[in-house]
Every structure is written in C-alpha cells, then in structure tokens.
Design a protein around this ligand. Structure first.
Ligand SMILES: [Zn+2]
Length: 266
C-alpha cells in the first residue's frame, strides 16, 4: 500500500480547516431522536450517512489529489538516462572511458553523477527511469564502442521509453572551446532538443553546438532522443565547474526541467 509522502503529510497537516469549511457542522442533518425502527428516522439516518460519506470523499479529494498531481507530474512516463562512456572489455580493459580534463577529471564520473541526480529528480516526479550505468553498476561491458552506444539507445526503443537522454562532457584540443551542446537526429526529438537548449542557458556556459547529428545513439533511437554535452572538460574553467557536486546537481536540474517542460502532464 502506498504511504503518504512527507510532502503529502505536510500538506494535509497544514489544511485541517478545509474540511470544516467544506463540511460545516451546521449543515449536518438533525440527528433523529425517534425510535430507530421508525422508517422516517431511518431515512434521515441514511441521508446523514450519505452526506458524511460524500463530504469525506470531497475532502479527501481536495486534500490528497492536488498533492498527488504536484508530486507526480511525470507519472506514466519512462526515461532511459544514459551517462556516457564507462565501458570496459570483458577482461577489464578500458574500452570507452571518455575524455579526461587537464586537471584529471574523468568525463565518465561527471556523466554518472549527473545521470544519477537526474534519475532521482525524475523519480521524485513520478517517472520510471532506467539508467544505462549507475552507482551500483558504473561500468558496462562491451567489445566495440559503437555497438555499445547503439545498445544503450536500443534499450530505450525496447522499453518504448518516453525519451532517451545521453549525457556527456565535451573535449577539444582548443582549451578555450566552451559551451553546452544539444544533438538530435529525428524530428520526433526536436521538441525535446529545443527545451534542452532553452534550459541549458541557465548554466551560463554559452552554447557550442545545437544541430541534427548522426551519432550512434541518435541514429539508433526511434524514441525521442538527445545527446547533451554539458560543457568542455578540456576547458580548465569548465572542468573545475564540472567537477563540483553543486554544478552537477544544477546540470541535473536543468535537464530535468527540460524533460518536465516537454513531458509533464498539464
Ligand atoms: Zn562523451
């Protein structure tokens, strides 16, 4: 059985007067003082019972339903969140470890942290989330990088996911290169891509690229799919930002906001 969340408990505790307003005792039918075998008294008693039941249902609806809607705007959705890289061969050799910054920050750790934060936010909003890598299973096993990337998106297809989100951090030989990027391929991803672009502005890192791109994950995905680059790990300033849990959580909130803007029920 579902237990009320602390949020719901807080809300219901803060609104005890609503019930009184909805169901004023002055509106209660008179309690019959006749013999309970009297048919008229029985009818009044039945009426009172129906009134109290209706009142309880109305009060429960108003007390609980708005909290439920607020707490689960993404109920009924399923997202596959793909923290990029983190793949090794079956005998443990690195296969797809991603970029490493000048100060030693590994892209694979950033993508995993942001992916886990994003998954938590989505689940709190009522969504189902499947992570292609997680804190409990940080490494994938594969033989060919492109096939491993395709397998991540294929999972989203198999699950008929609402959307697939691949998370990466960019790298360039030009250490001044900076900014976030959004890539997609199919037209069913366009709405999500624009939402991502709009919300990524909040990170204030500038924009590097926003375009259709035939990547392993975007070409494999039949469901709406985007690949996000959260800034350049090769840029010393952006590397320092990407390394902090505060920034990682902000990035996750931005990705969450874009998904919620696109898929939350109104
Ligand atoms: Zn990457």
């Amino acid at each position: 059985m579902l237990q009320p969340s602390p949020q719901r408990q807080k809300q219901s505790a803060s609104r005890p007067l609503d019930f009184v307003a909805l169901c004023p005792t002055s509106a209660l039918p008179d309690v019959p003082d006749e013999d309970s075998h009297n048919p008229r008294a029985q009818a009044r008693s039945d009426m009172m019972l129906r009134w109290l039941t209706a009142c309880s249902v109305l009060a429960a609806t108003l007390l609980w339903a708005p909290a439920g809607v607020l707490a689960a705007p993404l109920a009924g959705t399923l997202f596959v969140v793909d923290p990029g890289h983190g793949t090794r061969t079956i005998d443990g050799r690195p296969l797809n470890v991603g970029a490493v910054g000048r100060h030693g920050l590994a892209e694979t750790l950033v993508t995993l942290a942001v992916g886990e934060d994003l998954a938590r936010l989505l689940r709190q909003a009522g969504a189902h989330v499947v992570l292609t890598r997680s804190y409990t299973r940080p490494w994938r096993t594969g033989r060919v990088v492109r096939l491993d990337n395709r397998a991540r998106a294929a999972l989203a297809n198999r699950l008929h996911a609402t959307a697939f989100v691949a998370i990466h951090a960019d790298a360039s030989r030009n250490r001044k290169a900076h900014g976030t990027s959004v890539f997609w391929l199919r037209s069913n991803s366009l709405r999500l891509a624009y939402a991502m672009r709009a919300h990524l502005r909040a990170l204030d890192l500038g924009e590097s690229q926003f375009r259709r791109r035939n990547l392993a994950v975007t070409s494999e995905a039949r469901v709406p799919a985007v690949l996000i680059e959260l800034g350049f790990i090769s840029n010393p300033f952006q590397e320092r930002l990407l390394a902090t849990p505060a920034f990682q959580q902000r990035a996750a909130r931005v990705l969450y906001a874009a998904l919620a803007a696109t898929y939350a029920r109104s």
